[in-house]
Design a protein around this ligand. Sequence first.
Ligand SMILES: NC(=O)c1ccc[n+]([C@@H]2O[C@H](COP(=O)([O-])OP(=O)(O)OC[C@H]3O[C@@H](n4cnc5c(N)ncnc54)[C@H](O)[C@@H]3O)[C@@H](O)[C@H]2O)c1
Length: 374
Amino acid sequence: MSAPVRIGVIGGGLMGREVASALARWFALQNHPVDAQLTAVCDVGEAPREWFRRIPSVRLLTADHRELLASPEVDVVYVAVPHHLHEALYLDVLAAGKDLFAEKPFGIDLQAALRIEAAARESGCFVRCSSEFPFLPGPQRAYQLARGVSFGKILQIVSGFHHSSDLDPSKPANWKRQVKSCGAIGVMGDLGMHAVHVPFRLGWYPKRVYSQLQSIYPERPDGKGGMAVCDTWDNAMLHTEVEIEGREVPMRLEMKRLAPGETNSWFLEILGTDGGVRYSTKEPKSLWTFVRGGDQLWQRTDLGFHGPFPTITGGIFEPGFPDCFQQMWAAFLAERAGALGDRFACVTPAEAVASHRLFDAALRSHESRSAVTL
Ligand SMILES: NC(=O)c1ccc[n+]([C@@H]2O[C@H](COP(=O)([O-])OP(=O)(O)OC[C@H]3O[C@@H](n4cnc5c(N)ncnc54)[C@H](O)[C@@H]3O)[C@@H](O)[C@H]2O)c1
């Protein structure tokens, strides 16, 4: 195997640490065409930065992202920072000539996403955006079925992501709760990429959207004894229409931070007249399929550990979040090396821009309480 691709991380918070974990056990991947190593980390906070000192391959720890970008020991940069910082940092990465693994939502709003996409194109750098759940075995099988098997006439699609982390009103506010740092699209910027990745990849781009947006708690403790304004949308239901084989099909996209009973539930359901498929991370091993016959019968397949990239983990075991996150990185680095083959690919800049167009239309729909054509 050739020399490892050297990864730098800007933003060593929740997701920066997940990347460190995925790369630290890269050896779990079998016969992956690329070796990878975390070499540099930038975070403005001392505590998050110091956490990375335990990783022997990290040779540069800095509070200044320009120092990381100037390092010849960095080939690819992953940026996981609050949304209002995406544009400036992504553009700096591209100006430094480094390849970029961006985090969603790829800029705080549509205009930022368009500027990032343009800069990515002009730079010639390899740029993709993070969305890991489709790399689980269940979504992979659902995607393959939707592409390869006839479900008859598609009747409806439901795709979404629910969690309940904001149900407790005493939970302190953070940057994800405020328009200035999360964006006016709120929960759509937070969870929307998870909901649209597979439908977009199947070519299902909404032609029209009617949105229902909810903001439930207008303020929360600020963690310093006072209260902080929380002005982002908490829950979003997008009722859309897509065109499939010349017919308009309803597609509902759900993104919720206030979903009672849910921790981190990614789900997809595609129903047709002759068949269907249903998957949720709530039952991570189970793929439900429907084939029209005499009875109204849904069948459950017990899935094993079969991601797009083989690993040392036995096929009978069950996968989780760190596994799909590593599989996503495997896809990113394989595609960058021209070795992805026909495997599922990470979100492209064009898809990220399309998601922003949809969320922007959803804001206008809510404002006017009417359907908006895209
Ligand atoms: N793919 C996923 O499943 C997933 C999950 C959560 C968050 N995210 C995305 O990841 C990004 C980061 O979210 P998070 O939850 O990791 O946030 P976080 O708040 O846990 O971490 C952000 C880190 O960025 C650092 N930071 C802020 N400004 C900086 C700067 N100028 N230079 C360097 N570091 C800086 C902060 O100190 C903090 O440690 C967001 O875009 C978010 O939408 C993705």
